[in-house]
Design a protein around this ligand. Sequence first.
Ligand code: CA
Length: 391
Amino acid sequence: MKIKSIQTYILRTPLGNERFYSSQCSFPERNSFIVKVETDDGLVGWGEGGQYGPPEPVAAVVKHVLAPKLINQELQNPMKIWEQHYADTRDFGQKGTYIEALSAIDIALWDIYGQMLHQPVHNLIGGPFRKSITAYATGCYYRGEDVLNYKASLPKLAEEARSYVDAGFQILKMKVGLLSIEEDIERVRTIREAIGPDTCLLVDCNHAYNVFTAVKMAKELEKFNVRWLEEPVVPEDRAGYREVRSSTSIAIAGGECEFTRFGFRDLFVGGCVDIAQPDICVSGGFSEWMKIQALASSFGVTVIPHVWGSGIALAAALHVLASIPPSPHTAHPVPLQNEPIVEYDRNPNPLRDELLTTPITLQKGKLPVPHNPGLGIEVNLDAVSKYSSEF
Ligand code: CA
């Protein structure tokens, strides 16, 4: 079986007045880079690469660097292809765009490989520990007006937080870092009061702080029973991560901007995180996922992937989440404590909601793991053409 074609698509849809903000930037649109790999006997695999960076550079690497080496070549196992292409681009790749491109190709090849072997991907990367994953809602971003008058936006924030609980979520992740500590703590207090004491609250800073601000923030957040603090400092500051982690009882999460086993090795050796968050579409796809997960387990670090992007990214994450052993094992595993949970971004995203013929939707607070061969999804080609241009 040979690889016949590799098509690249940039999907893009403006959000208009639904735009939202993290501590770092606004999101005026949703975009995804996806790739379609076709074999000469008609199998089709889909992959996605990157997260919220510009999709064009990732598309260019696939189109101009990786695809020419793969087209008309015999289909080999995805890990072998990963190793070959990583070696080919090591001298100028290692992190960033090249690894995101490699992630997209790797996910598409595993999709094909699974179809070829009539197995869902999770059966090929270790086998499933569970058929569905408890989902956590990622929401409660900034809406823009909060910067001008955060107090006026608090009722809407409370309403949004409550809507997640009403929808069946038991875990919610909110944003901080755009405002002062005092103002952001008011937002945390508002949300805690809105969701009550029994809903688990996670807080994401998007690396907005230096160490002394992060330590101060963590101390304040301890009063609100926050379970994890995500990206408190910039990803390059390994010593800073360690210092924040040793200062607080809140678990430290990070790694959505990290790449490959080599990057995660440094996070683990540095004692930086309690929870590692590789993004499958960023850190190297399924092939690299298995190494990162193995490394994490040897350091006693819990892995809960970062999930953003389209329905393809979500499906890929669900396969790896199915394959994570309880961490650590207990006779009664509890979500987040021992059982992995899945990030379910609740911001507007037609690419997540419309790209799959059968969208992956919440069922009693959980997302089902796709069980058909490969990624187990069918991509809606009308949605692809609606939102994309072939790059
Ligand atoms: Ca995050």
